[in-house]
Ligand binder design. Structure first.
Ligand SMILES: Cc1cc2nc3c(=O)[nH]c(=O)nc-3n(C[C@H](O)[C@H](O)[C@H](O)COP(=O)(O)OP(=O)(O)OC[C@H]3O[C@@H](n4cnc5c(N)ncnc54)[C@H](O)[C@@H]3O)c2cc1C
Length: 365
């Protein structure tokens, strides 16, 4: 008999499990996949830590969370500075003075602001009804057509004129020569990969891989006083209110016989023709000194039941369905729900840790 059964070994499950152990209680982790780490899992290929479920950069302004993750791994000082490739021309991201110089040759913030104002006034719309109108009213035609349109349409699989304007609430324009994507105080990649980080978090806790909780729920429930479930909430309730929808991704990973393929970890392809949205060259996250390199092309994909779920579609329809599941979940006394799938929420890693630490405080104090 364990104090806690933890379903899922992602960053939520691992954080909670670590706190359970620290509180002197016992835990068993069961994991459906054949590896720990959930979507932040990294696998060594050719001496390079490959981010198997998409590029993951840790960033936070929460010192408590930063100090906490640093207990389990040393972080390097990686700074996320993706670049965009539009038909062979390179632009810095996020939109900043470097981008404006590349786009228009403007040199001072005054020149760039005037250019953006001119563009917004020329093509902007007052009450945007779709993503295209929204983006035009925020950044004008040049930035929209070069860096937003194709990428967004590929990501959502629909023309920008058919996407609701809320998808793009803001398109921040930075009036400094600063390519650092995140505004957070702390940022980095755990040296040795995320799998190592998770391994250190759950050290000394029993883990059963390749084990699906829902295939034998009654038996697993009988093993512990309480259960933390970090899998999909709709699957837990056998889809009684219908399926929650997601956007999915497909990854194509290749080993290349060159030491440096693209000179940056993340290159976005912002045109509509290239079928993938970005290429990740994993060695640049940790500066791996190897003669070969590993790249991953990331393709947005339609999601159907059974596919890997990546981005929840938190629109009105899905949120109404989720509300019903949440009400039911709140009545499941012995079962706690957490993480991106358990609460049907897109959450960055630091937010997941924050929520798991809060839940642990509530539960264990
Ligand atoms: C493409 C992409 C890029 C991202 N990049 C970043 C980034 O740069 N920075 C950042 O901070 N965040 C990023 N994120 C977010 C990050 O991936 C999540 O915050 C994190 O993975 C969520 O962890 P979790 O534990 O909630 O869920 P998961 O990692 O999904 O873990 C849940 C686990 O539960 C297991 N499970 C499910 N059902 C069962 C069952 N029935 N029985 C047993 N096990 C089960 C699953 O197999 C899985 O391992 C990104 C997300 C995506 C999609």
């Amino acid at each position: 008999m364990y104090d806690y059964l933890i379903v899922g070994s992602g960053i939520f499950g691992a954080t909670f499990a670590n706190k359970v152990k620290k509180a002197g209680k016992t835990a068993l982790i069961i994991e459906k996949r054949n590896h720990i780490g959930g979507n932040i899992y990294t696998e060594q290929i050719e001496g390079i830590n490959v981010h198997k479920y998409g590029a993951h950069i840790f960033h936070t302004s929460n010192k408590k969370v930063w100090d906490y993750v640093n207990e389990f791994a040393e972080f390097n000082r990686y700074t996320n500075s993706p670049i965009a490739n539009f038909k062979g021309k390179i632009y810095n991201m996020p939109f900043n003075m470097n981008t404006f110089y590349q786009m228009w040759g403007t040199v001072t913030p005054g020149e760039a602001s005037a250019k953006i104002k001119e563009q917004v006034e020329q093509y902007g719309v007052e009450n945007p009804k779709n993503v295209e109108e929204q983006a035009l009213s925020l950044v004008g035609k040049d930035i929209y057509e070069t860096l937003v349109k194709g990428y967004t349409e590929k990501q959502w699989g629909r023309p920008a004129t058919e996407l609701p304007p809320e998808i793009i609430k803001r398109l921040p324009l930075r009036m400094t020569y600063d390519n650092n994507y995140f505004n957070d105080t702390y940022q980095g990649i755990p040296i040795g990969g995320y799998t190592n980080l998770i391994k250190n978090m759950i050290q000394g806790i029993e883990v059963r891989l390749g084990t699906d909780y829902l295939s034998n729920k009654e038996y697993f429930d009988s093993l512990a006083n309480k259960v933390l479930y970090t899998g999909p909430v709709d699957r837990y309730f056998d889809y009684i209110f219908g399926e929650l929808e997601y956007r999915s991704l497909k990854f194509e990973t290749e080993v290349l016989d060159t030491s440096n393929y693209q000179g940056n970890a993340v290159v976005n392809y912002t045109d509509a023709i290239t079928p993938y949205t970005r290429i990740i060259e994993h060695k640049h996250f940790e500066g791996a000194d190897t003669s070969k390199t590993v790249i991953t092309k990331e393709y947005p994909a339609q999601w159907k039941k059974g596919d890997e779920a990546f981005y929840p579609l938190n629109d009105e329809k899905n949120m109404a369905v989720y509300k019903k599941y949440k009400e039911k979940a709140d009545l499941e006394g012995k079962i706690l729900f957490g993480g991106r799938l358990g609460t049907y929420e897109y959450l960055d890693m630091h937010k997941v840790i924050e929520k798991a630490l809060d839940l642990a405080d509530e539960e264990l104090s």
